[in-house]
Every structure is written in C-alpha cells, then in structure tokens.
Design a protein around this ligand. Structure first.
Ligand code: AMP
Length: 170
C-alpha cells in the first residue's frame, strides 16, 4: 500500500489557504494503481454479506461504483441537495465553516440491507458520520466505512461508530 502513496499528490492551500488537499487523480489515471486500490478495498468485504455500496458525491462515486461491481452488489449515491429526482431523505451536518446537506432516495435502502460506505478521503469524519446516520434513517445496517486515504492526525475515525478500513494513512 505504501507504493500507492506515490500516486497521491499534495496540493497546498486548496480549496482554501491552510488545507493540504490530497489529490487522488494520479492514482485514478494509473491502470495498476486504480486496480490495486479497488481490489484492496473490496477484499475485506467479500464474505461479509454486503447488499449495497454507498458513495458520497463526488469522489465517493468513483471508488464506490467499482467496489459495488467487484462485490457483485448495487450502488447507492448520496448526493448534494436538489440532484436526486425521486422522494428523498436528507441530513444536514456542521462543516468547519457552515452547514452541508446530503440526500438519498428513500426507496434505495431498507432494513434488509447491509451497506458498505465508501469515500476517497477520511478527514474530520463529519461527512461519513452524517452519511451513516442517513443510511440508518432508512433502517439499513452499516457494515463498515472504507477510504482510500485516512488523515489519521485528524482522528476522524473516533467519530465513526463502525468498522473503519483505509489503505493509506498520513
Ligand atoms: P470530512 O472532514 O471527513 O467530513 O471530509 C469532508 C470531505 O472532504 C470528504 O468527502 C473528503 O473526501 C474531503 N476532504 C476533506 N479533507 C480533504 C483533504 N485534505 N484532501 C482531499 N479531500 C478532502
């Protein structure tokens, strides 16, 4: 997994001053790196009875869709407000500056579902914690949260009350 680190690019002061953005696009661009990352993220969940993979807009869609394909289950998008066309459930949560909202289709998941949650980067954990609550609002069970990159110094893991898996830690 250390080899994958060379495909993550640091972009200082993006999107705002003081943030070092972890750019995963070099990893996506490389055929071996994207395959290695997706295979490694899927591996621990092959025999865990996962019935759906859930990914957050937008970079969670990239890895989430591949993981759904690899695990032989469907994909459920969590989207920014106003994007999903059918009846939705939503959740709002605090960001460092301001409030963010995510939505899910009400009929996308139910009590029989065991869901793997996927995003590219675990930072403070606020986005994933809210996403898990949203999925649980529909009665579904969260199996685990999976990330390509974990910014361990932010301790986002402590905000998640589920199993957490990450490939690369900083
Ligand atoms: P969080 O603080 O864990 O709620 O992160 C919020 C969202 O922003 C997640 O979907 C991450 O993918 C993204 N994000 C947060 N910090 C970074 C960072 N330093 N580099 C890249 N993406 C980030």
């Amino acid at each position: 997994m250390e080899r994958l680190k060379s495909y993550i690019r640091d972009i200082p002061d993006f999107p705002v001053k003081g943030i070092v953005f972890k750019d995963i696009t070099p990893l996506l661009r490389d055929p071996e790196a994207i395959r290695l990352a997706c295979d490694a993220l899927a591996a621990p969940f092959r025999d865990r009875g996962v019935t759906a993979v859930c990914g957050m807009e937008a970079r969670g869609f990239i890895f989430g869709s591949v993981l759904a394909y690899l695990l032989g289950v469907g994909f459920v998008p969590l989207r920014k407000p106003g994007k999903l066309p059918h009846e939705t459930e939503s959740i709002s949560y605090q960001l460092e500056y301001g409030i963010a909202t995510l939505e899910i289709h009400r009929d996308a998941l139910g009590p029989k579902d065991r869901v793997l949650m996927v995003d590219d980067v675990l930072a403070t954990g606020g986005t994933m914690a809210a996403s898990c609550r949203l999925v649980e609002k529909l009665g579904a069970h969260v199996v685990a949260c999976a990330f390509v990159v974990e910014l361990a110094f932010l301790n986002g893991r402590s905000r998640l009350h589920h199993e957490v898996v990450s490939l690369i830690q900083y």
